[in-house]
Design a protein. Structure first.
Length: 134
């Protein structure tokens, strides 16, 4: 019987070559997003536990654990509300900043920027442009 844990181990462990001429398989690297997700989970899980303990514990029990300084309990309702508002407002603010930083629709800057290469006219083209038709 093969468990999920065994599949993960097979994926990340390099298997020894069967002969001297067989090249070793490279070890697959964990994606960057996976590392960031693990780090966020690793940091936020204890903070969530501390928040729940602070929220549910009485002042007497906190003082019995020798925790004498802690934020007021009114922040227990204010902090999640702030985070929820920030979560909702962040995409709107991001879009607003992008709209403000882009040029107007009728601006030439929508067609050109500092990386645009404008070809220089040759002498022949310059004379053709400046010559008046007869």
């Amino acid at each position: 019987m093969c468990s999920i844990h065994d599949n993960v181990l097979k994926k990340w462990i390099m298997v020894a070559p069967t002969s001297a001429s067989t090249p070793t398989a490279p070890v697959a690297e964990e994606p960057f997003a996976g590392k960031c997700g693990f780090a966020c989970h690793f940091c936020m899980f204890p903070l969530g536990i501390l928040y729940i303990v602070w929220l549910t514990a009485t002042e007497e029990s906190l003082e019995a654990w020798e925790i004498t300084y802690y934020p007021p309990k009114s922040l227990a309702a204010i902090l999640p509300t702030w985070f929820l508002c920030l979560f909702v407002a962040a995409p709107l603010l991001y879009g607003a900043v992008n709209v403000m930083s882009s040029p107007c629709f009728d601006s030439v800057d929508t067609l050109r920027d500092k990386h645009t290469r404008i070809p220089k006219p040759s002498c022949k083209d310059h004379h053709n442009i400046t010559r008046k038709p007869r």
